[in-house]
Design a protein around this ligand. Structure first.
Ligand code: FES
Length: 490
């Protein structure tokens, strides 16, 4: 039977929740790679830091990462140069390479088994993509990267052209988070799990679901997208990304990292003899997840002699409008700091963000302190269509309300299914569980009022606007919302 979780595990140990009142110099919200790395760096610098994770450490996006570490930005090198200029693109690539080097150095000390250097290959499979591939090669050479035009020797299918870049890496997310958490605690950081933050009013006032209060001089939202309402949520678009882990029927697992030039792209790596393939991304709440997963499976089976799928899961990435993350003080001020828009490079940018934030919060110099500043004013929508993304949000906001005009019947919802129905004057998210019990919540997302849609693959309600997700009973799974879907009023 397929396991709906990755083959690696996030830290299992339960840390325990906080006391009713916590005072700290810095409160970090979120126990993924950004939050844990930041807690470690701050504690090492002598800062009194407390970290609050809604679930278990690593239970969010980091634990679902495939550990594919690349020093190339997700938006592509040619686009990076086109949108941001050669100098800035070179800084981005240099920042990523330095971050992977730092991860290697830290891992050697804390958990050597978590990190492995491998080659990376970007490949063009259809002939029509060769020009784009050669464009990446030319851009890489302009930026001084040691690339070569080499076909990957280990793939069991033909490619038209490929770019090889040595010095990429694999990271084991579960092992790494465990090591970070242990090191952070040893350095003096206080880590709390099952400690959901419900409100951030700014510095000196963070409220937790337990009723506990946190007073801190600075608050860092290391939550993938800021919790609550933040202007940056209009500059990043949530996407679901799918992963399948297959047992091979014949042949050896490919040893490097591979990704293609298609959009959305596919990527491949191996883990413990399994072939891990990812991709088929789509905007959260906008496509059929089952169809996306099936597309990815067809893609793999057409290229590898694989058997059973051992693990399958999906995760969320936030695509920034200009292709680069936002890291620094929130536009809202109040000494609230944010880090978001990591695209598919979350482990690298999460580590980088922690380094930048740690230095800025302790008054240290960082060579790239302002490179990806969250308050940058030169955001260009050249790489993602900013207007289109936001028009899309507005369209969902209105169309979902007008579109569901038919009165629904909860009896039409079968076991394991979910549907948004108009019941009286309300749009209702109706789910019937396997035992036949009906669960009904208001379908309006409490974040900013868009209408959620049912994700049948994961049994969740997904918001198409800023990516909040709720479980089948309407409780928060992830995203900017801090409150679950309201119970239906009769
Ligand atoms: Fe913003 Fe739902 S996540 S409206």
């Amino acid at each position: 039977m397929t396991d709906r979780r990755p083959p690696w595990r996030s830290p299992r140990s339960r840390l325990g929740g906080p006391p009713d009142r916590v005072d700290a110099d810095v409160a970090v919200v979120g126990g993924g790679i950004t939050g844990l790395t930041l807690a470690l760096l701050l504690a090492e610098a002598g800062v009194d830091v407390a970290l609050f994770e809604r679930d278990r450490l690593g239970a969010g996006v980091t634990g679902k990462s495939t550990g594919h570490l690349t020093t190339l930005p997700d938006l592509g090198l040619a686009r990076a140069i086109g949108a941001h200029g050669e100098e800035r693109a070179a800084s981005v690539v240099d920042a990523m390479a330095r971050t992977v080097d730092e991860l290697e150095r830290r891992a050697a000390a804390l958990a050597p088994q978590a990190f492995e250097r491998v080659d990376g290959y970007l490949f063009a499979e259809p002939e029509g993509d060769v020009e784009a591939l050669r464009g990446e090669l030319a851009a890489a050479r302009r930026l001084g990267l040691p690339v070569t035009e080499d076909a990957p020797p280990d793939l069991p299918f033909e490619v038209e052209a490929a770019m090889r870049l040595p010095g990429q890496a694999k990271l084991s997310p579960g092992v790494w988070l465990e090591a970070l958490a242990a090191a952070a605690r040893e350095a003096g950081a206080r880590l709390y799990d099952h400690a959901a933050v419900t409100r951030v009013r700014g510095k000196e006032h963070v409220e937790l679901a337990s009723g506990a209060e946190v007073r801190a001089d600075r608050v860092v939202l290391a939550t993938h997208t800021p919790v609550g309402v933040d202007p940056l949520q209009t500059e990043v678009a949530p996407h679901r990304s799918y992963v399948l882990a297959f047992r091979l029927a014949s042949g050896a697992p490919p040893p490097a990292l591979y990704w293609d030039t298609e959009e959305p792209y596919h990527y491949i790596r191996s883990h413990d003899g399994l072939v891990i393939a990812g991709g088929a991304d789509h905007k959260t709440g906008h496509d059929d997840p089952a169809e996306a997963e099936a597309r990815l499976e067809r893609w793999v089976r057409a290229r590898f002699d694989v058997g059973e799928i051992i693990h399958r899961w999906s995760s969320q990435v936030y695509e920034p409008v200009d292709g680069l993350p936002f890291i620094g003080e929130s536009l809202l001020g109040r000494d609230v700091w944010v880090a978001t828009g990591f695209s598919g490079d979350g482990l690298v940018w999460g580590t980088f963000a922690a380094q930048v934030l740690a230095d800025r919060l302790t008054g240290q110099e960082h060579p790239y302190a302002r490179l990806l500043d969250a308050r940058r004013v030169d955001v260009k929508a050249g790489t993602k269509d900013f207007l289109k993304e936001n028009a899309d949000v507005a369209k969902r906001f209105v169309a979902d309300r007008l579109g569901a005009l038919r009165q629904g019947d909860p009896e039409s919802v079968g076991p394991g299914e979910g549907a948004v129905l108009r019941l009286g004057r309300k749009l209702v998210a109706v789910h019937r569980d396997a035992s036949g019990a009906l669960h009904q919540r208001e379908a309006v997302c409490p974040h900013l009022g868009c209408v959620v849609s049912w994700n049948g693959v994961e049994g969740s309600w997904d918001c198409p606007c800023h990516g909040a997700r709720y479980d089948a009973q309407g409780e928060v799974l992830e995203g900017p919302s801090t409150r679950g879907l309201k119970p239906r009023e009769h």
